[in-house]
Design a protein around this ligand. Structure first.
Ligand SMILES: *[C@@H]1O[C@H](CO)[C@@H](O)[C@H](O)[C@H]1NC(C)=O
Ligand SMILES: *[C@@H]1O[C@H](CO)[C@@H](O)[C@H](O)[C@H]1NC(C)=O
Length: 231
């Protein structure tokens, strides 16, 4: 009886030793995948580092391919849809049409200008401190490189982040012709906050305030009609 148990244990041990040896042999024979020297990729733009050992320098992605990749992401698409829905309301209210010359300030990566183009506007300009070609040009919103009154509609969702809000607004109003519209989307607010923002717009009249959802957060959208060009 005891000898049977002993024999069985020995067999089990032999089996485990065999498995262990086999695994060790496989590990020795195999070149670790993590440290294969990088070969020149046949298609540079499809080559990505596969591991930390892959030290070949990242290939410069052609702009068109880079944009195509960004614009096809679901994050981009959902923000774009959000802006389109938001701007369609202005079209329904009569503040926008296909011939409106629009300007987006602090336009980030360009969701807003793309949305405006998508709903049919043929002439959309967007600026930001960092450019995102072809959607967004580089310009300081406090000091815009455009003549007075060349736009019908100016929009920003980033007034709150402006270094000098009064200067930002002054430039925004300067860009828009008399009778045109300045639109700001700010974090949801009411009463006094809206009045404080309205006070920045020296040459415009408040025409509409609405609470909206933009890019997944609650914002208050304020529309001003420009009364007079700057002296
Ligand atoms: C505006 O432009 C879009 C796309 O270019 C077009 O489908 C639409 O019919 C135009 N709307 C008007 C009122 O012209
Ligand atoms: C927007 O929401 C704020 C509360 O967050 C409220 O005080 C304000 O009256 C609302 N504005 C409009 C136009 O509904």
């Amino acid at each position: 009886m005891e000898r049977n148990v002993e024999r069985m244990l020995k067999r089990v041990a032999v089996v485990f030793i065999s498995i262990g040896t086999a695994i060790m042999v496989i590990m020795i024979l195999q070149t670790p995948k993590t440290c294969i020297p990088p070969e020149a990729p046949s298609k540079p733009h499809t080559h990505f580092p596969r591991s930390t050992c892959d030290s070949s320098p990242r290939q410069h992605l052609p702009l068109q391919k880079k944009n195509a990749r960004i614009w096809s992401s679901s994050a981009w698409k959902s923000r774009l849809t959000s802006f389109s829905t938001y701007f369609l309301r202005f079209r329904d209210l009569g503040f926008l049409n296909n011939h409106t010359k629009a300007l987006c300030l602090s336009a980030g990566a360009g969701h807003a200008p793309m949305a405006l183009s998508q709903i049919g506007l043929a002439d959309v300009t967007a600026v930001e401190l960092v450019d995102s070609i072809p959607l967004v040009k580089r310009a300081d919103p406090h000091n815009l490189p455009f003549f007075d009154g060349v736009f019908d509609f100016a929009f920003t969702a980033h007034l709150a982040e402006a270094l000098f809000p009064w200067r930002f607004v002054e430039e925004m109003e300067r860009m828009v012709r008399r009778g045109g519209f300045c639109v700001v989307a700010v974090d949801e607010c009411g009463g006094d906050d809206v009045r404080d923002i309205a006070r920045l717009f020296l040459n415009s009249k408040l025409v509409d305030v609405a609470n909206v959802t933009l890019e997944g957060s609650k914002r208050t959208s304020i529309i001003f009609k420009v009364q007079d060009s700057q002296p």
